[in-house]
Design a protein around this ligand. Structure first.
Ligand SMILES: Cc1cc2nc3c(=O)[nH]c(=O)nc-3n(C[C@H](O)[C@H](O)[C@H](O)COP(=O)(O)O)c2cc1C
Length: 200
């Protein structure tokens, strides 16, 4: 198995913007990328509040073919993503709460999501963090800097507007497309470079 065939760990945590995480999972399924999925308890709460998704059945119905999706319980720190020897394409946390950002920045490893992120960093694999908070405190900013210095990519849920989006879907796809690009996945989501049309 090459790194490009290996599963991508996708964690959904309790920041507003559950739609980003759900749309990303759908895109990964459409691209036939094997996914190891971990959802925090607050991640589930936000999916219910924002999208009426209450369990794995609802999430599956919203995200297509789950033949390559393996779900892990966030409390299970012994699951495969907790091991550096397991083949992995890397990890994305989308959306990433400031609580999880702090844990990643400080290597807390008190849940499977936190441990998996710690492992990705120690193995020098790709870790993309998609925070959604406003405004940021100095603590948030310092944690994002620490995570960046440790090797993560902080990719805020901050869609551009230069492509004149007409729907929420287009805004969401802008961010999801950027995440996928960081894993070398061409999805066609979001604007692509066309001279002066697309930036950032
Ligand atoms: C309705 C609701 C909205 C929230 N929105 C955010 C948010 O946008 N960004 C954030 O960093 N935390 C937000 N939080 C706080 C996190 O969910 C909280 O810090 C939680 O402990 C994070 O845990 P987790 O990272 O394990 O999911 C929100 C919480 C609730 C209940």
């Amino acid at each position: 198995m090459t790194p490009d065939d290996a599963p991508l760990t996708h964690a959904i945590t309790g920041a507003s913007g559950a739609v980003y995480g759900v749309r990303l999972l759908r895109a990964l399924n459409e691209l036939h990328v094997p996914v190891r999925l971990i959802v925090s308890s607050t991640g589930w709460r936000l999916m219910e509040e924002e999208l009426d998704i209450v369990d794995e059945d609802d999430l599956q119905a919203a995200t297509g073919d789950w033949s390559r999706v393996i779900c892990h319980t966030n409390a299970d720190r012994g699951a495969t993503p907790a091991s550096g020897s397991a083949p992995s394409r890397g990890m994305v946390i989308c959306p990433c709460s400031m609580g999880t950002m702090s844990a990643v920045a400080h290597g807390s490893s008190r849940s499977l999501i936190e441990r998996a992120a710690d492992v990705v960093l120690k193995e020098r694999r790709r870790l993309v963090l998609v925070p959604r908070e406003t405004p940021y405190s100095a603590v948030h900013l310092e944690n994002m800097l620490a995570a960046t210095r440790a090797g993560a990519v902080v990719l805020p849920a901050s869609p551009g507007f230069y492509h004149r989006p007409e729907s929420i879907d287009e805004l969401v796809e802008f961010v999801v497309g950027r995440v996928l690009t960081h894993f070398g996945l061409e999805s066609g989501l979001g604007p692509t470079w066309g001279g002066g049309e697309a930036r950032g």
